[in-house]
Design a protein around this ligand. Structure first.
Ligand code: ATP
Ligand code: MG
Length: 253
């Protein structure tokens, strides 16, 4: 089976032959069902895809299609009912809670729709927080300053979340997601609470950070417009992949 190329590999060969296609995440036949009263509901019904290192991918689909459930599973926050998620060739669905916590702390950064910043801490302190969990190189304060500069907030280091606009708070949350230098950043509806202009700013920031850092970004959105900023859109309808679309002319590195 090794010489059988996936559609994605064929696409890269055709359109971007000089790209080294390292698979950073391999999602295999994920299902999720939950009890609901006396019945079970099938939320995810067999989802498979691969994500390459440095890709910006949108998981897009209507409300209730299973996007957040899927993100929770690929981020190691939730278990699938069946199937595997391999991150750098290691199956995270078979890990103990302790091993999973290490993967989440070292390999994955998370961004949420409601920013989830700690209200009593400054922007800089919020970005430092993940660096006090586990072992990380360098000083938390200089790392936090460097990241807030990268997201354009060098002038807001001492502001608390209530003193920042929604767009600025989301940029702090993105800086925080990068603090531990993860390979993959996973964002659930990162523009969901923002107006159109601030939403566009956050999406261009993500695209720009992808270019500057070479990290992999996976976002979930119900908005096709938001998804069109990504390299690829994986469309989910009713717990199944309906289509995978590559945006023409967009590079996949
Ligand atoms: N803990 C749970 N118990 C029962 N049903 C659940 C649970 N979590 C999610 N669901 C159901 O699973 C389906 C998928 O939910 P999910 O939150 O993954 O959708 P989504 O695509 O993220 O939607 P949205 O765009 O509104 O955020 C929904 O029908 C939801 O009601
Ligand atoms: Mg959701």
């Amino acid at each position: 089976m090794d010489d059988v190329k996936t559609m994605q590999e064929q696409h890269i060969e055709l359109f971007a032959p000089d790209i080294k296609s390292k698979v950073v995440m391999d999602v295999r036949a994920i299902t999720k069902s939950l009890p609901l009263g006396r019945e079970r509901i099938d939320i995810l019904k067999g989802i498979s895809f691969q994500i390459l290192s440095g890709e910006f991918v949108a998981i897009v689909g209507p409300s209730g299609s299973g996007k957040s459930t899927l993100l929770g599973i690929i981020a190691g926050l939730d278990n699938p009912t069946s199937g595997q998620v391999l991150i750098d060739d290691v199956d995270i669905t078979r890990m103990s809670e302790g091993q999973l916590a290490t993967v989440r702390n070292n390999k994955i950064g998370m961004v949420f729709q409601a920013y989830n910043l700690i209200p009593t801490l400054t922007a800089q302190e919020n970005v430092e927080v993940p660096l006090y969990v586990g072992k990380h190189k360098g000083s938390p304060s200089s790392r936090a300053k460097e990241l807030l500069t990268l997201v354009g907030l060098a002038h807001r280091l001492s502001h608390r979340p209530s003193q920042l606009s929604g767009g600025e708070q989301q940029r702090v949350a993105i800086a925080r997601s990068l603090a531990t230098d993860p390979a993959i950043v996973i964002a659930d509806e990162p523009t969901g609470n923002l107006d159109a202009r601030n939403g566009e700013n956050v999406l261009s920031l993500i695209a720009d950070l992808r270019d500057k850092t070479g990290k992999t970004f996976i976002i979930a959105t119900h908005d096709q417009n938001v998804a069109s900023h990504a390299d690829r859109a994986i469309r989910i309808v009713d717990g199944l992949i309906a289509s995978i679309e590559s945006m023409a002319g967009r590079s996949i590195q």
